[in-house]
Ligand binder design. Structure first.
Ligand SMILES: [Zn+2]
Length: 108
């Protein structure tokens, strides 16, 4: 469990690139919690931008997707291996939106 957590952490950190701070915690229910923070962006009251997603592979993917969008939005010139997954991340975002609309159709 511990070895696999730190191996995942190293892999995620390598993918996220030099601007990211990646941490994987183990939550109370024994599942992984992925945390990706930005080393440059301060959101408010000295808090760094970060995203936090529980779950194993799906948590990893959800956190990494958010990080990819953050990089595109705030650090357009930055390079990171995860940007290779931008088209896939956009596709997933699109599918999540469509699913939300199917479940909660807009009124009027
Ligand atoms: Zn940032």
């Amino acid at each position: 469990m511990v070895a696999s957590r730190s191996a995942r952490e190293r892999k995620a950190a390598a993918q996220a690139g030099p601007l990211a701070r990646v941490r994987i915690d183990v939550g109370a229910d024994e599942q992984f919690v992925y945390k990706i923070g930005c080393t440059e962006c301060v959101v408010k009251a000295d808090r760094r931008w970060s995203t936090y997603r529980p779950g194993d592979d799906n948590g990893f993917m959800a956190a990494m997707d958010r990080w990819i969008f953050h990089l595109r939005e705030k650090h357009a010139g930055a390079d990171a291996p995860c940007l290779e997954f931008l088209p896939a991340a956009e596709q997933r975002l699109h599918e999540r939106r469509q699913q939300r609309e199917r479940e909660h159709p807009p009124r009027g």
